[in-house]
Design a protein around this ligand. Sequence first.
Ligand code: C5P
Length: 285
Amino acid sequence: MITTWPAPAKLNLFLYITGRRPDGYHTLQTLFQFLDYGDTLTIEPDTSGSVSLTTPLSGVKPDENLIVRAAEALKHAAAARGTLPAQAGAKIALTKRLPMGGGLGGGSSDAATVLVALNHLWRCQLSVDHLADIGVTLGADVPVFVRGHAAFAEGVGEQLTPADPAEKWYLVAHPGVSIATPDLFRDADLTRNSPIRTLDELLQRPFHNDCEAVARKRFREVDALLSWLLEYAPSRLTGTGACVFAEFNTESEAREVLELAPKWCSGFVARGVNTSPLQHTLSGL
Ligand code: C5P
């Protein structure tokens, strides 16, 4: 039986970098919200004993693809608990809408959807906490997608407190460049000393992303796109970029501005949602 699963995008509504750990990872305070827009995975469980991705991504080796790695990590954990069905396998196809290196969490969301979907389809019975623990070994943003609720994140992004920011409409614009997260985090000019604040304090201040100045400095396309968007609405970088987003109260306002976007960029309009579309799929089964 072929099943279809959403892998939604995320936005970082704000992102502050508060320090750097000895292992090089940065400590953050960020507010994650999902979009009702993203990739789609079709998953056909089988008894082949192996997991294959039938839609390879150019530039990503199959065994480095987060989808395959997530499936292997789940198998390993479920086998250790004795809850992996014999010969558990699957064919997975990905319809990719989220750009790579875009700051929308596409790869992390794909991985989280694989963990949640195969846990269900294979009846592994791993808890959400256990899936989130597996997720963080794949990427710092995976746990929030596994848990499926908008969240204030601290630590390297894995310490999550559920949150309910306003569900606005967003115009998300892609400047046509891809930003490698490790490169941006290595930049000497990156702000790494934002003070640690409470969520209440952060919600009362204007939202800001500490990665934005460095992304604008390194990529003139990001700089130009943000300057353009800021003429219309409050706008910021998401994650480490390269996408930027502008917030609106209505869908029609966001679509009107999208119509005016410069030819060299691409974009879409989507609603910010505090419950992940993946959760709706899971609870509808
Ligand atoms: O966890 P993820 O694969 O998204 O991280 C990619 C890279 O970004 C890490 O290898 C690290 O260099 C950097 N990073 C960081 N601090 C974080 C998250 C990521 O320095 N909180």
